[in-house]
Design a protein around this ligand. Structure first.
Ligand code: F6R
Length: 612
């Protein structure tokens, strides 16, 4: 949720830290801070409430802080309101230690009370300050930083990525992680730690992913990593292969818009390497046909938009595999005593690969003997590393908080996996298999066709942007797609919105429809189009204004009833959500733009949810 960065090297640290924080601001953006150490000025800390630009102005772009060793933090508040004092870095009472933290310390109150009894005074309401004070306490006991860090890590419970600077160690940056992402970057002019590759890609592509329980000591020329027993580790290096420009706006007003426009290419990158000679090839999956035949139930577990991908896939996979497929919210699944065993396949979907609930659900599934397959975008993320099998979505870095291209690539990858499994099980006719695969390959071109002319979406957004409540209705795949359209709209435009399975309307919700209520009616699912139309007629009869999304085949019928119609190209019915969701993303985008919302960084949200 928060973003942390650290640098130790031969350049001024503050500008590097501020630049890295700016690239990570999507992770959290209610306050920010940096601490830099120099021989002459010692430890200098600047932190404040508000966006990063406030901190940047406060420090004159970092020029006010001197030194080549430092840490920085952009915050998404969990403990204590967003204000100057609760912002990181936190400094121990004696001014010796400054620390940035991402995660949650669950037993912080107990430690805080203990330290207070010993006379330590706290200034903030955060769990993170407790770590700084505890560290200073142990350091003053043993006078060895590494030993003190070890003692602290044995004492604290919860999740953490930590960046630590101590005034007694003028050339060393210390890092530790458990259940919160942290990478080490090896640069020419120094070394880095960061929550996310985007923060340091400008300086290096040579990275190491820290594992749980590991501690690292970085200097300008060396990096030493230790396990939780302080034994040295040989870490495997990875090379980040995407370009710096992938994490920059490149002339677009917002990352979200850029990422919407990147979807054809992102889908192409996800699909192309996985189709050879007319067949789906999943080289990274080690499941045998025998194993797949033995699967009695498939679970798809995820949060938010990734869960919505699961909703679409449930319909598609059950149709293709003739096996029960259950889709669960990770936050519910993990505590539901799930009926998972060694005959279960548990598929977890996560763009970030760090969502705590999804990770915990996956661990629970593994504990019960299930095999886990992770669909992840961020290479080397925690979920990717812990799953039995992992398939990457190759969407490239997604910076806007509201997901678009990651969602689309998850969707198409799930379609590929569905086909692959159906083929192993022999539950799909060859002609059907070929037809679906051909249409999957045609998706980028069809999507591009739509993205070349979407002026009508922009127009409808300006017509409807001042509605206070918007309903999305649809059946089957259209319902699943509506869930995503509704979430996109509410998260970035702050308009109240709900998605309903059309057939459910008359069981209660239709009472909310009154003259002028905007209903976004989704009519792309051919098999139930006529039924969906009856629901459109029902809401129209109660005075609703209907904005419809349909396919070229149904344009004429839809235009007769709806007040406004957006048309997407036809494809195989199973794949229609891949095209239908795009106008919903654009609609949300333009509505938010009209309302003057902060599109890339909507209030109260963060890109990667590493707390429960
Ligand atoms: C919405 C959105 C979130 C995420 C959810 C899960 O636009 O991005 O709902 O889908 O927080 O995140 P991941 O996929 O990283 O596990």
């Amino acid at each position: 949720m928060c973003g942390i960065i650290g640098f130790v090297g031969r350049e001024e640290a503050a500008p590097i830290l501020l630049d890295g924080l700016e690239r990570m601001e999507y992770r959290g953006y209610d306050s920010a801070g940096i601490a830099v150490r120099s021989e002459t000025k010692g430890l200098q800390v600047k932190k404040c409430k508000g966006r990063l630009r406030v901190l940047s102005d406060l420090t004159h772009g970092g020029a006010d802080l001197e030194g080549t060793l430092g840490i920085g933090h952009t915050r998404w508040a969990t403990h204590g309101e967003p204000n100057d004092i609760n912002a990181h870095p936190h400094v121990s009472e004696n001014g010796q230690i400054a620390l940035v933290h991402n995660g949650i310390i669950e037993n912080y109150l107990e430690i805080k009370e203990h330290l207070m009894k010993l006379g330590v005074t706290f200034t903030s309401d955060t769990d993170s300050e407790v770590v700084a004070q505890l560290l200073a306490f142990h350091y003053n006991e043993c006078h060895n930083m590494l030993e003190a860090v070890g003692r602290v890590l044995r004492r604290i419970e919860g999740s953490y990525a930590l960046g630590i600077v101590c005034s007694d160690y003028p050339n060393a940056l210390i890092a530790a992680r458990k259940d919160s992402p942290l990478i080490i970057g090896y640069g020419e002019n120094g070394n880095f730690i960061a929550s996310d590759v985007t923060a340091i890609i400008k300086h290096t592509r040579d990275v190491v992913y820290m594992g749980d329980g590991e501690i690292a000591v970085l200097t300008a020329d060396s990096v030493d990593v230790f396990d939780d027993e302080m034994l040295p580790l040989e870490k495997q290096h990875s090379t980040v292969d995407w370009d710096v420009s992938a994490a920059e706006k490149g002339g677009y007003a917002h990352f979200m818009f850029k990422e919407i426009m990147e979807q054809p290419e992102a889908i192409r990158k996800t699909v192309s390497p996985r189709i050879r000679e007319g067949r789906v090839v999943l080289d990274d999956v080690s499941m045998t046909a025998e194993y797949v035949r033995d699967i009695s139930r498939i679970f798809i577990v995820a949060c938010g938009s990734s869960y919505h991908v699961g909703m679409v896939s449930k319909y598609n996979w059950e149709r293709l595999l003739r096996r029960p497929v259950q889709v669960d919210l990770a936050s519910e699944f993990r505590y539901s005593d799930p009926l998972v065993d060694e005959h279960s396949l548990v598929v977890v979907i996560s763009q970030s690969g760090e969502t705590l609930d999804t990770m915990a659900a996956m661990r629970e599934a593994k504990r019960r003997g299930a095999r886990t397959l992770a669909i992840v975008n961020v290479v080397g993320s925690s979920i990717a590393r812990e799953a039995d099998d992992v398939l990457y979505t190759w969407a490239g870095p997604e910076i806007a908080v509201a997901t678009t291209k990651a969602y689309s690539t998850q969707l198409v990858l799930m379609d590929l996996i569905g086909l692959y499994l159906a083929d192993l099980l022999g539950t799909v006719e060859k002609s059907e298999y070929d037809a679906i695969l051909a249409e999957i390959q045609a998706l980028p071109e069809k999507l591009q066709r739509f993205l070349d002319h979407f002026e009508d979406v922009q127009y409808f957004a300006s017509r409807y942007f001042n509605h206070n409540s918007i309903f999305f209705i649809g059946r089957n795949l259209d319902y699943a797609m509506g869930l995503e359209g509704s979430l996109k709209l509410k998260e970035i435009s702050y308009i109240h919105s709900e998605a309903y399975a059309s057939g459910e309307l008359k069981h209660g919700t239709i009472s909310l429809i009154e003259p002028g209520t905007l209903v976004v009616a989704l009519g792309t699912y051919a098999a139930l189009f006529d039924k969906a139309m009856s629901n459109v007629v029902e809401v129209k009869a109660r005075g609703a204004e209907v904005l419809a999304v349909t396919t070229e085949s149904f344009r004429e019928k839809m235009e007769k009833t709806a007040d406004a119609t957006i048309v997407v190209p036809d494809t195989h019915p199973m794949l229609q959500p891949s095209l239908g969701v795009v106008p919903l993303q654009l609609f949300a985008y333009y509505v938010a733009l009209q309302r003057g919302c902060d599109i890339d960084k909507p209030r109260n949200l963060a890109k990667s949810v590493t707390v429960e």
